[in-house]
Design a protein around this ligand. Sequence first.
Ligand code: GLA
Length: 727
Amino acid sequence: MAVFYDEQQRIFVLNTPDTSYVIAIVDDGYLGHVYYGKKVDTSGIRYLMREDEPPYVPGVNRREKNSFLDMFPMEYPETGMGDYRETAFCVRSSAGHRASELKYEGYEIVPGKPALEGLPATWGKEEDCTTLKLFCRDSLLNLQVCLMYTVFEKLDVITRSVLVENQGQESVYLEKVLSACLDLHDRDYEMISLAGSWARERHIQRTPLQYGRQNAASFRGTSSHQEHPFMALVTPETTQETGEVYAMNFVYSGNFLAQAEKNQFDSVRMTMGIHPEGFTWKLEPGEQFTAPEVVMVYSDAGLGRMTRTFHDLYRNNLIRSPYLYKERPILINNWEATYFDFDEQKLIDIAREASVLGIEMLVMDDGWFGKRSYDDSSLGDWQVNEEKLKGGLSYLVEEVKKTGMKFGIWFEPEMISPASELFQKHPDWAIQIPGREITQSRAQYVLDLSRQEVVDAVYEMIAAVLHSADISYVKWDMNRHLTTLGSSGLPGDRLGELMHRFTLGVYQLQERLVREFPDLLLENCSSGGSRFDPGMLYYSPQIWCSDDTDAIERLAIQEGTALIYPLSCIGAHVSVCPNHTVGRNTPFETRGHVALAGTFGYELDITKLSDEEKELVKEQTALYHKYQGLIAKGDYYRLSSWTQEGKPDSWMVVSKNKEKALLFYVQVLARANVKSSFLRLQGLLPDRRYEIDGKVYSGDVLMHAGIRIPAMQGDFRSLLMEVKAVE
Ligand code: GLA
């Protein structure tokens, strides 16, 4: 059974195919965390609570209650009573006291998975998952806290969320409602997180866990370029194929805290949720608050298994777009081709040239609206600039369609330029603190999407553009972080709600968009990859991964991104050389191979390519059509890493039935005086025979001895090899 209550041991057991998670009701009504890890027979497992060891007997040994609270593996620890580790929950009463004691009251086990109101979340059919609800209460404040756990029965995934209801007579202020906490015992761990910057997102970093708190966080109002709402604790010997992994990923796009804390007794507490800094939420009597979802994955077979579990979950149970497995049109985006300097004729010329090379959609990027000819005006004025685009949007779209291409468009709906008609009309719509200069970033302000009238007005402007012409795709951008946090829509004691309400406003906008335009292909973006997170994937099947389109820089960015997210989500384009961000020259083939491990498209002035490059575009677009099904649906295996190990970068995608695979290999720097090398493949069937480049090998030889990789002259060379099972 996936979820059951063992009455004799007073424990709840949650089982996935290969993992068990166990929670105990202990003396005095506390909930304790017993076990999470490889699937086990849970009979007799309660001894792990060490209840016979002083001072762990709260009902008997009251004089040591503080010691108990500060060392017991709490399932959902609270602030104020004696647990000095990072707690998960902090509430301030109307009298100003910060304390609560959540005691177990009862449980419910329900088939399926309840939706989280207003929030993105994984979903599952009744036959795919089961949800355990544990009800706890703070009797003084009369607050009910429901801990929700959903067990996916075919995947090693447990998701968590928390629902708080004020059943008392007075308002309370929630100051921290983390979504998950996990106490682990006595083991050495290393912490894996994803860190970076603009154009350098999600580089994998791995460090030994020390005493104290180590975290990844964002206070920027997005999940950010700099850190990522993901954390994995791994045993030191963990590789792609071996070792234990405890991973958490947050289905949320705003401020977050992902933390590991090693304490005085060598136990480790892992927590994740909305960052408490600057957060408060006033909960009036009768109101509820829902904390966003955390996805937990455990693997005892290394990082590779963890990766494939996340990929399967996000493809099967998070991304709702009809384009998930549909062949997405190969697009060409004019940003790196023209920046702001274009007119209708330039775009039509690009479309005409692109269409004969196998490209299927033109995306018009920033600069088509208001008076925008640089980045310093017009955000919020979502009407086409007819001086720039003569004949208006419908003329341009129809001309592009005559070439056989579809048409896509760029928006930045959450923003307002000081130099815009919208700001002239509604200066109070920008997030701001009265009397203070609003911090500009890229010469723009952020719209106050905590206010419903602002959400409605923005939505109507965007929907009007989308109704005015045949538009197949939207790139939804977000190019600055939040500052000067004030809102004329919120009273002083609710200002701590602004960041979360802003994120809920974004979710509402995107929900309305995908409902009203169900055939629209939506791609999220935030100065490249500042909001590449599972929350966004609930609305859009793909996210622009980074503004850095250099194939070599992309190796690290895409490796880190693919650690959690399926390749079909990773926006990746071929661009020109020298690359606009790093100035590097790489072979056109390599740029194609790296972009093929993503959504694939172009971002260059195709009218300026040489004939030889145009032939390569034809070959690449044909490769995309040949392999996109495999890349979108297959299993991802990381073989070696340039940034992690200083080795050539290589990875594979293997079909679920293991009949077909693709091997990607980028040698990065060429070396002198070397022979060919052998690269060990993964994910094949050992007793199957496979053909590669006309030669036949057995699966076990390919996986244990390896495929021969020729020595290649020249930096940045790459190979793409098809692996095909034969009789
Ligand atoms: C952001 C995006 C780019 C491009 C520009 C336009 O930086 O990441 O792809 O759309 O905005 O201003």
